[in-house]
Write a protein that binds this ligand. Structure first.
Ligand code: FDA
Length: 394
């Protein structure tokens, strides 16, 4: 079989690239080893797919080259994707902070992409394993051995995503192909992932699983005002998922437990109060958390009335409330991570087309590239924008 373009990976970026190439009249084969189409889209956004973010800017992305994503994001914007969603009469809503979700189900986004691909003449081949990729004899195209057929292609697009959630088909395929062709891959690690703690650090908070707090969480210059969730293994919730992308083993993170207050003023104003300190904190924090936190901070003194603490002890408490320092022992890993940080080195690719500088005709799109979005619809926007960029070039 001979095709103009073969795209490996029928996820978000792969389908976007395939449909755009198809619309330009290219013959396109889309290959995936999974038997179910785009499982990651299906499970995304709690089943409602946070498909983009209205406020997307390059600053929402992490990469060794923070400017790399600019060109693709400018050419295919959230507005373009919203137009597509509206064309397919998919109803959606903004949850918060520009995050757009389907009203009904993520499956609608999958159906939309599939029907756009089919209308553009894209052929799907799945489940299908790619066992070997070589340059053709003229060194301009590619020859692929797959479990379905032997295929020749002028252009090859790798859209196989990252390593998160291996149970639904994630694989290191894209990184291996990069290695085969001498293309650099930056260090990989799980991101948008819960953080874990050693059992002794957790003991004070056992029994608090499920408690959520409004916080500002900071690490290495980044900070996020979002909910934090206590889990049986550590901390999760949007604030922690966001900060996990900036955290490296050994780093402390700081948690502002009272983002709305100046704790120093607040405690000073109440220094003559006969109320128990834990009761005072429970005015702004969940009671059980306030008790456990004070117990951990003050060595079992929470049952003391506020007026029995010296001014000095109260003053020392304020910075702790605004910058509680914790040092995670690790992350919950790729099984729980939403994305993989790092990937194909952007120095190896054209930012306009996603084509390899070393291997003409070879493209990388989506999460496999070293461009990682923050939480909030940015990762799909990168998949659409990078897929579109390659789709215009292949
Ligand atoms: P994607 O993973 O979508 O697709 C890769 C495809 O390649 C898959 O179909 C896979 O089967 C295939 N493949 C892999 N190895 C292969 C091989 N060896 N041979 C053939 N095919 C192979 N983002 C966001 O913006 N909003 C959200 O709401 C969410 N929610 C969310 C929830 C959860 C639980 C997770 C895990 C992730 C998210 N994300 C998200 C992140 C988002 O899903 C992710 O960044 C994009 O799906 C990446 O799109 P890609 O097309 O690059 O990879």
């Amino acid at each position: 079989m001979k095709k103009d373009v073969v795209v490996i990976g029928a996820g978000a970026a792969g389908m976007m690239c395939a449909m755009e190439a198809g619309k330009r009249g290219r013959s396109v084969l889309l290959v995936d080893h999974a038997s179910k189409l785009a499982e990651k889209i299906r499970i995304s956004g709690g089943g409602r797919c946070n498909f983009t973010n209205r406020h997307t800017v390059p600053e929402n992305f992490l990469s060794q080259n923070p400017h790399f994503c600019r060109s693709a994001l400018a050419r295919f914007t959230p507005r373009h994707f919203i137009e597509l969603v509206e064309k397919h009469r998919i109803r959606y809503h903004e949850k918060k902070l520009g995050q757009l979700f389907c009203d009904e189900a993520s499956q609608q986004i999958i159906d939309m992409l599939r029907s756009e691909c089919e209308a553009a003449g894209v052929i799907f081949q799945m489940p299908c394993e790619v066992s070997r990729i070589d340059r053709d004899s003229g060194n301009t195209g590619f020859v692929l051995e797959t479990s379905c057929s032997k295929v020749m292609a002028d252009a090859l697009v790798i859209a196989t995503g990252g390593l998160s959630i291996p149970q639904i088909g994630a694989s290191p395929f894209g990184y291996r192909i990069a290695e085969q062709f001498g293309i650099n891959v930056t260090a990989l690690r799980p991101a948008l992932v819960p953080l874990t703690f050693a059992p002794e650090q957790l003991s004070a908070f056992s029994g608090l699983t499920g408690i959520a707090l409004d916080t500002i969480v900071s690490c290495n210059g980044a900070h996020f005002r979002e909910n934090l969730l206590i889990t049986h293994r550590g901390l999760s919730g949007p604030a922690i998922l966001q900060i996990s992308s900036y955290w490296r083993p050994g780093d402390p993170i700081h948690i502002n437990l009272l983002p709305e207050l100046d704790a120093d003023d607040w405690l000073r104003d109440r220094r003559h109060s006969g109320v128990l300190l834990s009761n005072l904190l429970a005015q702004h924090l969940p009671r059980r958390f306030a008790e456990a936190w004070l117990g951990a901070m003050m060595g079992g003194l929470p049952e003391t009335p506020v007026n029995q603490y010296g001014n000095k002890s109260l003053r020392q408490l304020a910075p702790q409330l605004h910058a509680w320092q914790v040092i995670p022992s690790g992350t919950a890993g790729y099984k729980k991570a939403e994305v993989t940080l790092g990937g194909i080195d952007t120095a190896e690719l054209s930012s306009k087309t996603m084509e390899s500088k070393k291997v003409p005709g070879l493209y990388f799109v989506g999460e496999v590239v070293d461009v990682t979005g923050q939480l909030g619809g940015f990762n799909f926007q990168w998949a659409w924008s990078s897929g579109y960029a390659a789709g215009q070039s292949v």
